[in-house]
Ligand binder design. Sequence first.
Ligand SMILES: NC(=O)c1ccc[n+]([C@@H]2O[C@H](COP(=O)([O-])OP(=O)(O)OC[C@H]3O[C@@H](n4cnc5c(N)ncnc54)[C@H](O)[C@@H]3O)[C@@H](O)[C@H]2O)c1
Length: 323
Amino acid sequence: MAIRFGVVGLGMGYARAKLVRKTEGAELVAVCDINQERLQKAVNEFQCKGYSDFDQMLNDKDIDVVYVMTPSGMHLDFGEKAANAGKHVITTKPMEVTVSRCRRFIDACKKNKVNLIVDFEMRYHKDLQKLKYAIESGELGEIIFAEARCKWWRTQEYFDSTNWRGTWKYDGGGSAANQGIHVIDLLVWLCGDPKKVIASRYGVFAHNIETEDLTIAIIQLKNGNYGSIITTTNHHLDDEFGVSISFENGSISNLRGELKIKMKDGSEALKTEVPANLPGNAVEDMIRVLTKNEKPYISGYEGMRSIELLEKIYKKGKKFYKI
Ligand SMILES: NC(=O)c1ccc[n+]([C@@H]2O[C@H](COP(=O)([O-])OP(=O)(O)OC[C@H]3O[C@@H](n4cnc5c(N)ncnc54)[C@H](O)[C@@H]3O)[C@@H](O)[C@H]2O)c1
């Protein structure tokens, strides 16, 4: 029998509802949004049930999994309610906006014996999964320097079109918390949790927002070597997103799209084998967990790691503004 999903929040959630529909073994049972236009559009297109009241969706016995796609600082509120109703939960990134709210999220799912998966879509990319295995196997050797970069452009209209983007309470920050969290997550996943944040500066330069549109941090990696993180929504070229890492035996970068590899011996591929059955997205991940008794590929604990680092970056950070 198919695993039955309900999606709440139909901004990016509209695309995730589509993903549920096209994933084998999944069924989109319902969507939920307080925005009637978005709700009707999705109901008409997907021919599924529509709820404007989340509590009513939770009463729906046909739903096994709730996919939380609401503003970031509300993920816990929806996730906790879903867990209390006995539903398994997928939440989009970032998991939540503070470590303490992430912990509450994990605890609520544990207490109710439901599974929690955090949708960091980059971790499901096949080439990055191979890279992760290659790092763990020792093929690339020690990390010499690691860089995470998200240099994107966002218009003022992007922030003005909602009441939550660019706010501390609901966005959890600015370019680091919203856009950059993807690459911060990649960094901690591939390189391990850093020992410490050595320096951090953040500020707002090109937008009228409460948080930041540029963050720069220097970190000390788990192995004692150094790394850097740059996130911004001020980069008009909108063209750098990913990680670039120099290892003893080779270097990798996916800053401009596909993963590039160059080993010391000149080869451009990794040899490490990867298990064949890794999930390709969060929906597949949940289906594997529920039907094959697998552990989540991206658990709540995994989802929280980038927020732990983010909090340290902001805490260490000194604000700087345009001169
Ligand atoms: N690639 C990705 O993984 C990706 C991309 C974009 C956004 N996101 C994440 O998705 C989340 C939403 O971002 P967005 O850009 O879609 O925002 P959005 O504001 O466009 O959409 C959020 C939706 O939630 C709905 N909502 C709010 N309160 C509700 C309630 N009480 N009941 C039902 N619906 C409610 C809103 O009406 C809105 O339609 C954020 O956490 C963001 O970080 C992830």
